[in-house]
Ligand binder design. Structure first.
Ligand SMILES: [Cu+2]
Length: 263
């Protein structure tokens, strides 16, 4: 873990709308597992003592038709079904299937690469500029097509994702090279990113602050350095930051256009 974030025992503080549900489920699972471990452990020791070898003892080598052992099995099975059907599947569906409406969310494109996170914002037109593999360069890591009118107001950030608090964020994620995995522990989410496809991940931050992004899929020698930050800001601060980025992007696009007109 990055030393800047300190060392914590247990999970890092929850910061998204669904992190409470994940923590609750993990808490129930851990307590149930400790309980089962203790019960089975005590029963095991009891059997060792009660059925130890004694003079005149007679071993039985066939089933006696005893049905009592099905009772604890049945209880455990019922408990597991209750967890899976009552909580596991609904929480999974919320995280992975019930993406909030795009109109009410901030949509960001994420292009992962060895070993960085490139975030593309659509700008005021709300349309993402096209990406072109042939235009990828050191200064244009995602290959944003400069000829595309929709690209003029787009802006890119590297390893830093800025979002407003209390608004859902939808990430459309792809990779330039190998499989990466976007993970923010505070948000309790994680999603593989496969080259050639687009994966969707959403979250809604509930607290302002800085949260660490890690790559959760071993992706090469620089894997451990593939870290970034999510900066969750107040809506006002976010708006201000966004405006600066748009102005910068527009000025750059204009300068480039006049450059190419001159040559
Ligand atoms: Cu990676």
């Amino acid at each position: 873990m990055n030393s800047e974030y300190g060392f914590e025992i247990g999970m890092s503080p929850p910061a998204s709308t669904y992190s409470g549900q994940i923590d609750w489920l993990m808490g129930v699972l851990h307590i149930a597992m400790i309980g089962m471990f203790l019960i089975w452990g005590i029963y095991f020791v009891y059997c060792l003592i009660a059925y130890r070898a004694r003079p005149g003892g007679q071993a039985t080598y066939h089933q006696t038709g005893e049905k009592a052992s099905f009772i604890p099995d049945g209880i455990v099975l019922a408990f597991e079904l209750w967890l899976i059907l009552g909580f596991g599947i609904p929480i999974w569906a919320e995280l992975k299937q019930e993406t909030p409406p795009v109109e009410e969310s901030l949509e960001v494109v994420l292009v992962a690469q060895q070993f960085a996170w490139n975030f593309q914002y659509a700008g005021p037109d709300g349309v993402f500029g096209k990406r072109d593999v042939d235009q990828v360069s050191a200064s244009n890591p995602i290959g944003l097509d400069e000829q595309d009118p929709a690209a003029k107001d787009d802006f890119i950030t590297i390893n830093n994702l800025y979002v407003p608090v209390n608004k859902s964020v939808i990430l459309r994620m792809t990779s330039k090279d190998v499989i990466h995995d976007f993970q923010v522990t505070n948000f309790r989410n994680k999603q593989d990113i496969l080259p050639g496809t687009v994966q969707t991940l959403w979250f809604e931050p509930e607290r302002t602050g800085k949260f660490e992004i890690g790559c959760a899929q071993l992706c090469g020698l620089g894997h451990t350095q593939m870290v970034g930050n999510v900066w969750v800001e107040t809506p006002e601060d976010y708006k201000e930051w966004e405006q600066e980025q748009i102005e910068e992007a527009m000025a750059e696009a204009e300068a480039e256009a006049s450059d190419s007109a001159r040559s």
